[in-house]
Design a protein around this ligand. Structure first.
Ligand SMILES: Nc1ncnc2c1ncn2[C@@H]1O[C@H](COP(=O)(O)OP(=O)(O)OP(=O)(O)O)[C@@H](O)[C@H]1O
Length: 349
């Protein structure tokens, strides 16, 4: 925990808590790439020592009724990490079975010599992206959490705490990991570059940090890609956009250029393309909205507000629905209708 570069106060409070010997279930929430999982791992290292780093990945099978669900699990002698959302609509059964299983087996002494002075009477289950769990799975998790509190602690991570049911939130210590500021990201980039013996011009570090919008992972990956594309870096170097971002900007340009059923069909194929390349729908929606607003920057603010309103509406529907493509396409259709109406009223038929 001491080596984490930012949010030092948060690190110190978490460290003080685990040093007292026991801690409650914890829910880490905050935007993508803010450092939630890194904090969970650092915390585990502080609790159990280096043994938590000896991990193995296994594909565990769960028998649910007549079907078998298989999900990847990362485990050490003291903890277990998984993304229960991987189980799809069987997430409820997987959550219950798994925690029951881990709670039933006795925790190991933390030192390899068998010394039990720092022995912890519980194991830790790390559940990632709990906000993607169905409501039934979340209720099952809540019941299981209460039942096995003596033998297991649960650390959860999620992007959006509002999508986690209140009974879970009230049974956990909720820890907000805020997105690092641009200056903090630039400092981490410089520290990483030093460790990799790469000279990073300060201006480029600032540009990468500003473009990452608080996502440290994005900033680190863009730096890595820039290092491969061109090194030594140009001190005033432009930061190359990721391909998927440039692609979405193209989609936004299409929507502003022509509003017709034919264009909508073309855009739909492009959206399918993005989803097929594993770009998460919420990232598509966010980038698309940003790109559309850039295109509308010289248009009346009321039009921009209307577009933003519809983006928020279709995003909520996308989160609560199951087929993202329907809602992305509906947003595009709505945008085309709103923009076409604006063109008619401004310039006539
Ligand atoms: N304090 C830190 N100092 C340096 N690098 C860090 C720090 N915290 C996180 N990172 C790096 O930032 C990246 C993102 O961190 P992490 O995976 O923990 O984010 P996250 O919030 O769990 O993201 P997501 O919600 O998308 O899974 C990782 O590459 C990690 O190594």
């Amino acid at each position: 925990m001491d080596q984490l570069d930012y949010h030092m106060e948060l690190s110190q409070s978490l460290k003080a808590m685990v040093n007292r010997g026991d801690f409650p279930h914890i829910l880490f929430y905050g935007p993508s790439g803010a450092g939630k999982k890194t904090r969970v791992l650092a915390l585990l290292r502080d609790i159990y020592g280096p043994a938590v780093e000896k991990v193995k990945v296994e594909h565990k099978q769960f028998k649910v009724g007549s079907t078998t669900v298989e999900i990847p699990i990362l485990s050490s002698a003291h903890h277990l990490e998984l993304n229960p959302g991987d189980a799809g609509n069987r997430d409820r059964d997987v959550v219950q079975e798994l925690i029951k299983e881990i709670a039933a087996s006795a925790p190991l002494p933390t030192s390899s010599s068998g010394d039990t002075s720092d022995w912890k009477p519980f194991k830790v289950v790390v559940l990632n992206e709990v906000d993607n769990l169905s409501k039934e799975a979340q209720h099952a998790l809540r019941r299981t959490m209460e039942k096995y509190i003596t033998t297991c602690r649960i650390m959860m991570t999620c992007n959006n705490a509002c999508r986690v049911i209140a009974p879970i939130r009230s049974r956990c210590l909720c820890v907000r990991v805020a997105a690092p500021s641009a200056a903090q990201i630039a400092a981490v980039l410089q520290a990483t570059a030093r460790k990799e013996a790469v000279t990073l011009p300060p201006l480029l570090a600032e540009k990468l940090a500003a473009q990452a919008h608080g996502n440290l992972r994005k900033a680190l990956l863009t730096l890595e890609a820039a290092r491969v594309a061109q090194y030594p870096f140009d001190p005033k170097g432009e930061v190359r956009q990721a391909d998927w971002e440039a692609f979405i900007d193209g989609v936004a340009a299409d929507c502003v250029r022509e509003q017709s059923p034919r264009k909508l069909g073309e855009v739909r194929n492009k959206l399918y393309d993005l989803l097929a390349h594993c770009i998460p729908p919420d990232m598509i929606m966010e980038r698309l909205t940003r790109a559309l607003l850039v295109k509308l920057k010289h248009d009346p603010p009321l039009l921009q507000m209307e577009v933003l309103h519809h983006a928020a509406l279709y995003e909520v529907r996308m989160i609560s629905g199951s087929k993202a493509i329907f809602h992305l396409e509906a947003f595009i259709a709505k945008f085309m209708a709103v923009y076409k109406r604006h063109l008619f009223t401004s310039f006539g038929g």
